[in-house]
Structures are given as structure tokens and as C-alpha cells.
Write a protein that binds this ligand. Structure first.
Ligand code: GDP
Length: 301
């Protein structure tokens, strides 16, 4: 995770080794390298620009005598700015005041939405909750079946509902969602995780369906599941979902792959909503809350 970016940033700090003080010139040299490291790691252009400007302002402001070497000064500034870009504090997970808390999972097909619904359920179970899962992807029976397998593997409740003889469409989706919420209350489940229809791109009809689900279920969390391997595409989709639905956060999956890290560094700035979790593998426990400071620690060592 982040090895590539980490290596490139370390290289850019090297330009400052052996320098006595921070000068306009060596700051500019280092910034050029840092900018390149960010862009090569697929960080969004505007996010990279903002970051560089903030680092520049702070670096120019720290041209004073200090015990720190110029390289150490820049590393510290970059560290602080990266933490800022990632949202500084670990984002809180929101629960409803009246159970069940509803969580809507959104995302493109293949992003890892169903796997992540299971991971989130398991994480909540470990925290002493009783989650129930439901898939309202009535357009893909295989997706509903997949969630059932996931639920069984982690021993979580699932509401399947009866969909026989009913046309796949928004009315069926709304019925399943309504029944699932009732079932969750009946079973004493305090959380309902709703796995929604996957889509290949931004699909207006499915977006409308999500908006209706939001209205119907009043979810505490609308989490956008983004495949980190798809870099800027993931960030752009997150923005489109946020523009339409106002998401409450994102979950970045496949962080164990060789993604260059750009999505992780850009998605919060572009959507204005924090990254809440990371998916780091195919197994149900390959999942962790997103801590900005620890992530920056991984990037800068
Ligand atoms: P959905 O179509 O969005 O519901 O996506 P799925 O949950 O079916 O996941 C698509 C593929 O990505 C599956 O093969 C998952 O095992 C895999 N996957 C999901 N999350 C992760 C992750 O964090 N790391 C890795 N390596 N694979 C993942």
C-alpha cells in the first residue's frame, strides 16, 4: 500500500539533503519533485495543485533558523498537509438514535460492494452490534445470491424476501427495503446494511432509485464503495454519487493491489466526505477503519 508514492516522495526529499537552509530555489526544486510524485501516483490534478501551494506557503514561512534540516522541515510540512488532505481525524461512524441504523452501500459493479457489505457487517458484529444484510439488487439474482453466501460465511442475518413473480424494478426494491427494515426490528437487529444495485457507469434510472431509497430509509450512512485500483475513475464516480445523493463517506477497496494511492489521497477533497474504511483483501476480515495519521505514517515512514 502506497509503496510507490512513498518511494517517489522520499526521492524528492533527497534533493534537500546536504543543504544548509531552505532557500527559494531548493524549495522550488523539492516542490517540483513532490508535484511529480503526486501526479505519477494518480492524485487528482487540483488536489495536487492545492497541496503544493499549501506546502509552498508553509515552506517559505519556515525559512528561519531551526534545529531541523531543510529535508526534515519539508517532510514535516508534507506530513501535516497530507493529514489535512485526508481529513485529519478518523471519521466517526454514525448510528441512528432509533434503531435500526440504516446503511446504504453504493458503488459501481465490481467495486467490491457486496464483499464490503459483509466486511462491514463483520466489523460491526465485532463491535457488539447485530447487523442484518439485505440486497435490493433485484436486477441481478446472482448479486443477491452472492450476498447470501457472504452473510452465511460470517454468520450474519440476511433478509432475502420473496421476489417470485414480481417484475424487477423500483417498486420491488422499495418493498424489499421496507420489509427488511421491519424484519431487522423483529429480529432485534440494530443495523440494516442495504447492498444496492451495481451499475457499470453513472446510470440515471438507478441513481433515481438510490434517491428514493434514501428518502424511504433515511439512512445514517451512505457509503460509496470505490475500487482504489481504478484511480481517478473511482474519484469521479464518487463525485457523481455525492452530487446526487450526498454520501456520508467512502470505502476504498483493493488497497492490497498495486494501486498508486491517488484515489485515497483525492477522494475526500473531491467529494468533501471522508474515507471511512479500507478494504485490504478478499477475506472478510481484510478491512480496517481509515486513520489519516496512520496512513500518512505509511506513506512517509
Ligand atoms: P460488487 O460487484 O461491487 O458487489 O463487487 P464484489 O463484492 O463482487 O467484488 C468484486 C471482486 O473484488 C471480488 O472478486 C472480490 O473478492 C474482490 N474484492 C473486493 N474487495 C477487495 C479487496 O479489498 N481486495 C481485493 N484484493 N479484492 C477485493
Amino acid at each position: 500500500m502506497f509503496e510507490n508514492l512513498s518511494e517517489k516522495l522520499q526521492r524528492s526529499f533527497k534533493t534537500l539533503r546536504g543543504q544548509g537552509t531552505l532557500t527559494d530555489e531548493n524549495i522550488n526544486d523539492a516542490l517540483r519533485e513532490i508535484r511529480l510524485a503526486l501526479l505519477e501516483s494518480d492524485v487528482n490534478l487540483n488536489v495536487a495543485k492545492d497541496l503544493i501551494e499549501h506546502i509552498r506557503t508553509k515552506a517559505l514561512g519556515s525559512q528561519v533558523a531551526t534545529a531541523l534540516s531543510p529535508a526534515e522541515q519539508i517532510v514535516k510540512i508534507v506530513r501535516d498537509e497530507l493529514v489535512e488532505v485526508l481529513g485529519r481525524d478518523t471519521a466517526r461512524f454514525k448510528f441512528a438514535s432509533q434503531p435500526p441504523t440504516v446503511i446504504l452501500m453504493a458503488g459501481l459493479q465490481g467495486s467490491g460492494k457486496t464483499t464490503t457489505s459483509g466486511k462491514l457487517a463483520q466489523w460491526l458484529k465485532k463491535g457488539g452490534h447485530r447487523p442484518m444484510l439485505v440486497s435490493v439488487d433485484v436486477y441481478r439474482p446472482a448479486a443477491r445470491e452472492q450476498l447470501k453466501v457472504v452473510a452465511q460465511s460470517i454468520n450474519a442475518q440476511i433478509y432475502e424476501g420473496d421476489t417470485k413473480g414480481e417484475a424487477a424494478g423500483t417498486p420491488l426494491v422499495e418493498r424489499l427495503a421496507r420489509e427488511a427494515r421491519r424484519e431487522a426490528a423483529n429480529y432485534g437487529c440494530d443495523i440494516l446494511i442495504v447492498d444496492t444495485a451495481g451499475r457499470l457507469g453513472i446510470d440515471e434510472a438507478l441513481m433515481e432509485e438510490m434517491a428514493l431509497l434514501k428518502k424511504q430509509l433515511n439512512p445514517s450512512e451512505i457509503l460509496f464503495v470505490a475500487d482504489a485500483m481504478t484511480g481517478q475513475d473511482a474519484v469521479n464516480s464518487a463525485k457523481a454519487f455525492n452530487d446526487k445523493l450526498t454520501i456520508t463517506g467512502s470505502i476504498l477497496t483493493k488497497m492490497d493491489g498495486d494501486s498508486r494511492g491517488g484515489a485515497a489521497l483525492s477522494i475526500r477533497q473531491i467529494t468533501g466526505q471522508p474515507v471511512k474504511f479500507l478494504g485490504t483483501g478478499e477475506k472478510s476480515d481484510a478491512f480496517e477503519p481509515f486513520h489519516p495519521d496512520r496512513i500518512v505514517g505509511r506513506i512517509l515512514g
